[in-house]
Design a protein around this ligand. Structure first.
Ligand code: 6GU
Length: 239
C-alpha cells in the first residue's frame, strides 16, 4: 500500500516514522510520502489561498496547486483503484468498516485542507478521475485535515494483513464483529489489589462461562450508557 499526504504543513507527518507505523514502513508493508503543497505554486509568496467567491469570512484553498500536485503524484489518467481522501468536518463519518475497506487498497492520497476549506472543484475533479471520499472524524472542528489524516492512517494500516503481531486482538476490540457491535469491556492485570482497588473477583475465578457473561454484561452496560446510538443492548435484566 502506498500513502501520500498533501499539506502545507508536511512536518505533521514526521511522526509516521515512529512506533508501529514506522515499523510497517521499514518492513515494506506500506510506503508513506508527505508533500508540501507549496511546491506546486509559482509565485514569490507561494500562495495557496484566496478570498471566497460570493464573500464571507476566511480564505479558501486555490485549486491550481492541488491540480498540479495530482498530476505529479497520481498522474493524469482516471483510475478508480486510487482512493483520494478529503478530511473535513462536513464529510461522512469515518468508521471502522471504512477503515476495513481501505486496508485492502493499493493507493491512498490524503488531501489536507487548511483555512475554511478547499475549492470544491478540486473534490469534483478527484471524483471524476479516482475514488474520492470526504470524511469526518466526528462532530468537532480541527484546524486542518492533517491530524485527521494521521488518525485515519493508523486506523487503516493496523488492519493491513501482516501489520498486527497477534491478529486475535483485532477481533475482540471496540467496533469489531467479535464484540457484537458493543464497546469493549474493561481490562485488568496483576496485581489483584492495587491502591485499594481490586480486580473483579469473577475474573480470577477461572470460570470461563461466568467470565464471558461478566464481559458481555459490562460491554452492554457501557454501550447503553455511552453510545445508545449503537443499538439496544437490553437492560441486562432477564424477565
Ligand atoms: Cl476529518 N477534518 C477537520 N478539519 N476537522 C474535523 C475532522 C476532519 N473531523 C472532525 N473534525
Amino acid at each position: 500500500m502506498r500513502l501520500d499526504y498533501l499539506s502545507i504543513f508536511p512536518a505533521y507527518f514526521d511522526v509516521l516514522d515512529i512506533s508501529l507505523l514506522g515499523k510497517a514502513a521499514v518492513n515494506g508493508l506500506v510506503e508513506m510520502h508527505a508533500h508540501d503543497l507549496r511546491d506546486w505554486t509559482h509565485d514569490r509568496h507561494r500562495t495557496v489561498d484566496d478570498t471566497p467567491c460570493g464573500g464571507g469570512a476566511g480564505m479558501v484553498m486555490k485549486p491550481n496547486p492541488w491540480g498540479e500536485a495530482f498530476d505529479d503524484i497520481i498522474g493524469t489518467e482516471p483510475d478508480l483503484s486510487v482512493h483520494v481522501m478529503f478530511p473535513t468536518p462536513s464529510g461522512a463519518p469515518f468508521t471502522q468498516s471504512a477503515a476495513q475497506e481501505l486496508s485492502s487498497v493499493e493507493r491512498i492520497v490524503f488531501c489536507c485542507g487548511r483555512y475554511e476549506g478547499i475549492d470544491h472543484r478540486v473534490i469534483d475533479y478527484a471524483r471524476s478521475m479516482w475514488t474520492a471520499h470526504e470524511v469526518s472524524l466526528g462532530d468537532y472542528v480541527l484546524n486542518g485535515g492533517e491530524v485527521a489524516a494521521l488518525a485515519i492512517t493508523e486506523a487503516v494500516v493496523r488492519l493491513v494483513p501482516g501489520f498486527m503481531g497477534n491478529p486475535g486482538s483485532l477481533a475482540e476490540e471496540s467496533f469489531s464483529a467479535g464484540q457484537e457491535g458493543m464497546l469493549e469491556y474493561p481490562l485488568f492485570t496483576r496485581p489483584v489489589s492495587w491502591r485499594g482497588f481490586d480486580v473483579p473477583e469473577v475474573l480470577m475465578s477461572g470460570h470461563h462461562g461466568r467470565i464471558a457473561k461478566w464481559r458481555r454484561d459490562e460491554s452492554a452496560r457501557l454501550t447503553r450508557e455511552r453510545r445508545p446510538d449503537l443499538g439496544d443492548f437490553g437492560s441486562g435484566i432477564r424477565h
